[in-house]
Ligand binder design. Structure first.
Ligand code: M6R
Length: 364
């Protein structure tokens, strides 16, 4: 049941800390507190390339994974949504890795790519919530999330659990490829293990986020902006808003604003920014100043340091706990999803069963 919550989505939003914590617990050595993933069915040190694929929110999790794996494990990445990758037929290296991400393990296009990449000689590793699924059976290795059942059509805790697995995988790969020393590994791992308590703090922000939701609920179009590893979080925010509130939202890399979408900006098109002070902040700040100068209403998720610099241009600022930049995309997901939920409540939509959508898309 809903345990007293109004919707499954509200309940599942409150389960972020547990989903992250349990997922990490399963892949952390309890004595050394080091990441301890099962052995990979290939040599990580000589891995030539990784192909990441998924659909919807799981694809955005994969996008975050791309930034991590490129930056820290120095791996070349190809990433695409499964429905495109399936028909692109890109050249594959010998013994590359196909990394698939899915809550259900049943999504038709992701499964289609799994079969094709397997036939093309790639090792298949899947990040799944439902491990006893078709993808689970057909993968060489399953990295399970421990998010528990996700009932709401809009994915919430499965997304942060996916990110937790991908972050752990990045640490594991970087270590095996000799790219991080023990001190760096400790720093990254600790920042991950501290996440459940920071996620709990963020769950205290529902009331503040409601203020921001009131601005959004009156608009027809919303722009979500982010840079670097926060860009996929802007995409996740825009997708979630569209899904459950039926308000049109688009996500852009903040640097792309002046290449087109800035022409949309006026007081009727609010701009939501994902802007921790640790990630390309000065660049995002200047993009937001440009938007503000054109009458845009600026709504931001940042930390205390970022808030100081944004206070003159932003109408609503949600201040999140200070965290290592490594885990910021995981933490910033939570308020962005809460925002979509609060807007849907104001709109009075069917939050858990939005029109036209199914939880698991098993047809192409
Ligand atoms: O079960 P999967 O993770 O493979 O599902 C992928 C997408 O259908 C899913 O993430 C969808 O985008 C959600 N409704 C997003 O909230």
């Amino acid at each position: 049941g809903k345990d007293g919550y109004r919707h499954f989505m509200e309940k599942e939003l409150h389960e972020h800390p547990v989903a992250i914590g349990q997922t990490l617990q399963r892949i952390t050595d309890s004595v050394t507190r080091r990441i301890a993933l099962p052995p990979m069915p290939f040599d990580v040190a000589t891995l030539p390339r990784v192909t990441i694929t998924a659909c919807g929110s799981a694809f955005y999790a994969g996008m975050v994974g791309r930034y991590w794996l490129e930056e820290l494990a120095r791996l070349p990445i190809d990433i695409d949504v499964a429905s495109e990758l399936r028909y692109r037929n890109p050249p594959q290296p010998n013994h590359g890795l196909a990394l698939l991400i899915s809550q259900s393990g049943e999504t038709a296009d992701t499964l289609g790519v799994l079969r094709e990449l397997k036939a093309a000689g790639q090792h298949v590793v899947s990040v799944l919530n439902v491990e006893h699924s078709t993808m689970g059976r057909e993968s060489d290795l399953v990295l399970g999330m421990v998010a528990g059942p996700e009932i709401s059509v809009a994915s919430t805790k499965a997304f942060t659990a996916q990110l937790s697995v991908l972050a752990a995988l990045t640490i594991d790969f970087a270590r095996q490829r000799g790219l991080i020393d023990e001190a760096k590994e400790r720093e990254l791992t600790d920042s991950l293990l501290d996440l459940p308590s920071h996620a709990m703090e963020v769950l205290g922000l529902f009331d503040q986020i409601r203020g921001m939701a009131r601005v959004i609920a009156q608009a027809r179009d919303i722009l979500y902006l982010g840079r670097g590893i926060c860009m996929p979080i802007a995409q996740e925010g825009a997708l979630k808003l569209k899904e459950i509130s039926y308000i049109h939202a688009e996500a852009y890399a903040a640097g792309e604003l002046k290449h087109g979408p800035i022409s949309l900006i006026d007081p009727s098109v609010p701009v939501v920014a994902i802007a921790p002070s640790t990630i390309l902040f000065e660049k995002t700040l200047s993009n937001l100043q440009e938007a503000r100068a054109r009458g845009g209403r600026i709504l931001v998720f940042t930390d205390a340091k970022g808030a100081e610099q944004l206070k003159d241009i932003a109408e609503h600022i949600i201040i999140l706990p200070d965290v290592n930049a490594f885990v910021a995309p995981i933490l910033y997901t939570i308020p962005v999803q809460i925002l979509a939920y609060e807007v849907a409540l104001l709109k009075g939509t069917d939050v858990d069963q939005p029109r036209n959508l199914a939880k698991s898309v098993t047809v192409e």
